[in-house]
Design a binder for this molecule. Structure first.
Ligand code: 0A1
Ligand code: ZN
Length: 852
């Protein structure tokens, strides 16, 4: 139910909780509709609380029925509202005891204690614990939890170490104080895939991956990734695991990817279960990264947590940064960086340049669940990367070591984080801190002048004002730069310039010739760079830059220029450039994964963004047509090479999800797309028929759907995989992604009528609607059908699952870019959703912000 007037919470209003919680004992009697939770909580005065301790206490609690409550053994009768309870309390320490009843089987929001396929599980971040029992549900209240569970299932799990385990009864004790958002409980008929890990100090840790019977064959990869993560965190950050046991549980109904509950990570099954037959190379890479991410939270998030939810980036930005380092070490660092930047530009820039823009550390919110965003996560990670670039590798690790020493056991802030860097390096980070407080993507432009032997680069920075940041100030921008002579020699190896002013010049002397500047190497800051290089200069960087990111970027910029000229003037693509790309694709000295990325042209969403930046109105149909023309032109350019390249990079031998094999498959499948476009689906059909892994099978199927005539392969795929829910998500999504723009909405609508569609399952809902939103030309088809269809389903889903509904609303965030007709259609749908009675706080906040 929506509150009459949603409350806005401000960072500046933070005050400590008046009490500390010394211990928490919870007892669960599980029942689908009437689970009883008994709590015994020991409160003491908080010395950090300024002022007199109040004589009444507030505890959060939502959708929990209070059965009984006592303080120090005497019954009390608190005042209960929809948000919690208020109760008179004694002046000193006291013990609160309560019994409540909750209804997990009817919990479709998947927050608190809920059921998924007969299994009980929890999701408490950010504010889900208050749906389990009455508690001060805020991250700065940390306590030691002991949990007993009585339930009908053989596997009963909670955080920490087991004290007693048995069928139908278990007791768990977590010695590490934690906030309630890290609490977890699982009960189910589960099977374990088990292993052990010996830590750097020789302690043995039992590892279990719990799954539904039948999924045992999909555990080995995740377990390997967990062990690799544990080793990596010891070697790179000196962090050792701190319990005797580490459990992961896979659950089918989950709003996000996974959750780092102490000692008991809970994963969306799509983020952990993997097998060659059912998972693509991309799935494997994502699973490895998410397992690492959740494991790394054990130190960055759990041992050191956040003082309040405004500090979310403290744990998320740092942990994303750490998991990207891990992936770079496990796989290819350049490929990871390029992929991350593509993702950042696609998701975070769109957010930062539209009505949902907010700082990495927001200053207010209504619903914190709406702030698990690309800005907090991905831009938050970029900010850590910039800090590391500025202070250097050694100082970075020293500062982080100090952070762990100084703040272990704390609920910390961004100020605490920056202070360890100031104390380690003696730097003043006051200006750098603006990266945390200012919204918007900075624009950075560079002018060049060359005289005698001196090149002068003059940079100008400008962050467009936004509602969130009306008066942006200059930022500290680390600009990594190199110089390349026209003959391809490097005139200057990578050097980091530190820009602090609005306009700033840097001089490079002693040059033999006028070099081409390779600016923002490695994408050293999350900015939009304007650098007027000639096509010839970009061609030089494309062939000779020693920085792999900027080599790719040069190609990407040329590709952008080519496509913009096609859009604006109907120009034909320059054959010299197409051939240069072909040359890179054929260059066997380069990593196939890198080559596959080089052939990847900017997509319609990126082009729409560029046009909007330039003050033009993107036409989705035209963007689609130009994309098709480019792919036709590429297929022609590769006419004499595609089959050979395809065959040469086909992988023989047993499937491995590693970087080497998956790079080859990526390159060969780009070739398959060119072959199918020119010559039909025979090769794709042969690949589909012989595929022994999902990457090959689904790549082939997508070509058959795009270029073939009948649905035999699609039906065969369904028959083969109809009992595998994760593969069926792919079957749903692929049909939408491969639909013609004019058929996208109808395809999605038809799929929602399929008996296997279930909107209550977030993965299935996202399979269909995530694919529709991702299909730019279909989603923005001029009929407006896709807008209406999405709005209909958001209205249906909101009362059941506000969180997933609200996240999907971001599909409408770019509405102001489009023509008046599309704008009006989107806005009408936004208004229609907003007019729905009892719309959730989550969705109301998102749509109100989007409307602007
Ligand atoms: N902390 C988790 C993400 C997460 C956040 C919120 C959730 O429910 C509202 C669930 C998971 C992570 O960063 O992986
Ligand atoms: Zn995280």
């Amino acid at each position: 139910m929506r509150d009459a007037a949603p409350k806005t919470i401000f960072l500046s209003d933070y005050t400590p909780y008046p009490w500390t919680v010394e211990s928490v004992n919870l007892h669960f009697s599980l029942d689908p509709h009437a689970t009883r939770v008994r709590s015994v909580i020991r409160f003491a005065r908080n010395p950090a609380y300024a002022g007199d301790t109040p004589d009444t206490m507030f505890l959060h609690g939502e959708q929990v029925k209070l059965i009984s409550a006592q303080i120090d053994g005497t019954a009390v009768d608190p005042e209960v509202t929809g948000e919690g309870l208020t109760c008179a309390v004694p002046a000193g320490s006291f013990t609160w005891e309560a019994e409540v009843e909750i209804d997990p089987a009817n919990n479709t929001a998947l927050e608190g204690l809920y059921m998924s396929n007969g299994m009980y599980c929890t999701q408490c971040e950010a504010e889900g614990f208050r749906k389990i029992t009455f508690y001060p549900d805020r991250p700065d209240v940390m306590s030691v939890f002991t949990v007993t569970i009585d339930g009908p299932h053989p596997v009963l799990l909670s955080n920490g170490n087991p004290v007693k385990t048995g069928e139908h009864h278990a007791e768990w004790h977590d010695p590490w104080p934690k906030p309630a958002y890290l609490f977890a409980l699982v009960a189910g008929d589960l099977v374990a895939h088990s292993d052990t890990f010996t830590t750097m100090n020789g302690r043995q840790v039992d590892l279990n991956l719990y799954v539904r019977p039948g999924d045992e064959g999909k555990c080995a990869f995740g377990m390997g990734a967990l062990k690799a993560s544990m080793t990596w965190d010891e070697q790179v950050y000196g962090r050792e695991y701190d319990l005797d046991l580490f459990n992961i549980v896979a659950v089918d109904d989950f709003n996000m990817g996974a959750m780092e509950n102490k000692g008991l990570n809970i994963f969306n099954s799509s983020a952990v279960l993997a097998s060659p037959e059912t998972s693509t190379d991309m799935n494997f890479e994502r699973i490895e990264a998410i397992i690492a991410h959740e494991y790394f939270h054990n130190w960055t998030g759990n041992r050191i947590t956040c003082r309040d939810w405004f500090q979310l980036c403290l744990k998320e930005g740092l942990t994303v940064y750490r998991d990207s380092q891990f992936t770079s070490d496990m796989r290819s660092a350049p490929v990871k960086r390029i992929s991350d930047v593509i993702d950042l530009r696609g998701r975070q820039f769109a957010e930062d340049q539209g009505p949902l823009a907010h700082p990495v550390r927001p200053e207010s919110f209504q619903e914190i669940n709406n702030f698990y965003t690309a800005t907090v996560y991905e831009k938050g990670a970029e900010v850590i990367g910039m800090l590391k670039t500025l202070v250097g590798e050694d100082a970075y690790y020293k500062a982080v070591e100090l952070y762990f020493d100084r703040h272990d056991g704390d609920a910390a802030t961004i100020e605490d984080w920056l202070k360890v860097f100031e104390d380690t390096t003696g730097r003043d980070l006051t200006q750098f801190k603006r990266w945390y407080s200012q919204a918007g993507t900075p624009r950075l432009s560079v002018e060049e002048s060359f005289e005698l032997d001196t090149l002068t680069l003059t940079f100008t920075q400008h962050t467009p004002p936004s509602a969130a940041t009306p008066e942006p100030q200059p930022l500290v921008i680390p600009i990594a730069i190199g110089l390349i002579y026209p003959d391809g020699r490097e005139a200057l190896e990578t050097k980091v310039l530190e820009m602090t002013k609005e306009v700033q010049s840097f001089r490079f002397t002693g040059l033999e010739d006028r070099p081409v500047a390779s600016v923002l190497r490695g994408f050293s800051a999350p900015v939009v760079l304007t650098h007027d290089l000639s096509d010839a200069d970009r061609m030089l960087l494309l062939s000779a830059d020693t920085d792999p990111f900027n080599r790719w970027e040069a190609g990407n910029m040329l590709a952008r220029t080519t496509m913009l000229a096609m859009i604006r003037d109907g120009a034909a693509p320059d054959p010299a450039f197409l051939n240069a790309i072909k040359g890179i694709a054929l260059d066997e000295s380069l990593d196939p994964a890198f080559r596959a990325l080089m052939i990847n042209w900017p997509g319609p969403a990126e082009l729409a963004n560029v046009l909007h930046e330039a003050g033009e109105v993107p036409d989705p149909e035209q963007l689609f047509t130009v994309g098709e023309q480019i792919r036709d032109a590429m297929a022609e350019t590769f006419a004499d090479a595609a089959s050979d390249l395809y065959a040469r990079h086909s992988v023989s031998g047993a499937y491995q999800p590693d970087a080497a094999q998956s790079g080859k498959r990526a390159l060969s499948n780009v070739m398959l797309a060119f072959i199918s476009r020119r010559s039909g689906t025979e090769t794709a059909q042969a690949q589909f028929d012989s595929a022994d892994n999902m990457t090959q099978q689904i790549s082939a199927l997508s070509q058959i759907l795009r270029h073939g005539e009948d649905s035999t392969a699609l039906d065969a795929f369904y028959q083969q995989w109809k009992d595998d829910r994760l593969v069926m998500d792919k079957w749903f999504g692929l049909q939408v992604s491969c639909a013609k723009p004019e058929d996208g909405a109808d395809t999605a609508r038809r799929l929602t009528d399929h008996p296997d569609f279930n909107h209550k399952n977030p993965n299935r809902f996202r399979a269909v609607f995530g694919a529709l939103i991702g299909h730019h030309a279909a989603f923005h088809h001029k009929s407006g059908d896709a807008y209406t269809l999405l709005a209909d389903w958001l209205i249906t889903l909101d009362p059941l699952n506000p969180q997933t509904t609200a996240r999907m609303c971001s599909a409408f965030q770019t509405w102001k870019r489009y023509d008046a007709d599309r704008q009006a259609r989107i806005l009408a749908e936004v208004e229609r959703i907003l007019a729905t009675p009892d719309l959730s706080r989550d969705t109301t906040e998102m749509l109100t912000r989007i409307k602007g």
